[in-house]
Design a protein around this ligand. Sequence first.
Ligand SMILES: *Cc1c(COP(=O)(O)O)cnc(C)c1O
Length: 356
Amino acid sequence: MSYCINDKLSKLTPYAPLTGEYPVRLDANESYFPMGERMSEKIAEAVKKVDFNRYPDPYAKEVCALFAAYYGIQPETVTAGNGSDELIGVLVNAFLEKGDRLVVTEPDFSMYAFYAYLNEVECIAVPKDDDMRVDVAAVLEAVRQSGARAVMLSNPCNPTSLGLCREEVRRLVEGTDALVILDEAYMDFWDQSFLAESAEYDNLVVLKTCSKAFGMAALRLGFAVAGGRITTALRAAKSPYNVNAVTQAAAKAVLSDPAFLKSRTAKLVNARRFLEEELRELAKKTDQITRIYASCTNFVFFSSPKAEDIYAGLLECGIAVRKMGTFIRVTAGGMDENRAFLSNLQHILTGEEPVR
Ligand SMILES: *Cc1c(COP(=O)(O)O)cnc(C)c1O
């Protein structure tokens, strides 16, 4: 006799991010800023005071209050998670039942379909339009036709970097009774957040993360913002002590300094602007960059028939980006990293020697 792993699980392989030594990491959309000496000290002090023998606050109340204050929303509407990734998992697992349908757009963040698969929820993928934008009418039609219980999308979108304006989001939320899960992981880099309106609807959850603009990917902290009914259900469904005490202590130190967060966010936007503008300049010198999308995020998404060569060539120079078919997604890094990326890309596409 032997134990048999079920079918859906035996088809899965563990998530394997790029490993190996790549000095320039522009593949995961992280902030390029380290915490810095002053903030690291503040975090260390806060962590020293953690009661390591005690369970953490199950609702991370202080962290949620600071998060709410930063965005000017009500703390009662906020639920913290072990990364927004955990919250995506809980939403799919608890708000949907086996055999339910979930509408997603294609391409979008891969974790949506992953959790749907794991929870035996049928994923219905609505393709982005010819310009890679979300077609709200097509999404609503897919929800209606399939009887889907939920729609999940990132806005601005990872990987396309494009944003859906508030009016369009409103049209989506008001156009259906299904639960709309709006992942605003990158909205700090744009200005069309739906956060302020999130508690006004009974079919909406907005997700946020500390992993991108806030530069705390290592801590694993995300938030779900919703009205009372959904928030109560979400808190009931999540694992009790999902956000550990070290993360809570460190996040309190960082979130209590809004000026620190705002100035870094602005610098990340500038870094992305630089990267995108320089890429547009480079595109004038080669016909191998076919389209550069107008980014609302901290990364740039472009297409090239040479995507494979670009990806492999950059890796050889120690520069990691993401490749998706004929598309490349590159995170805005520090000035040196962006220059290294641009100059090596130019070399790969035109043969011009890279600037060291
Ligand atoms: C990076 C990212 C997240 C963040 O996930 P965490 O688990 O909070 O690190 C969520 N959604 C999208 C679309 C992302 O790109």
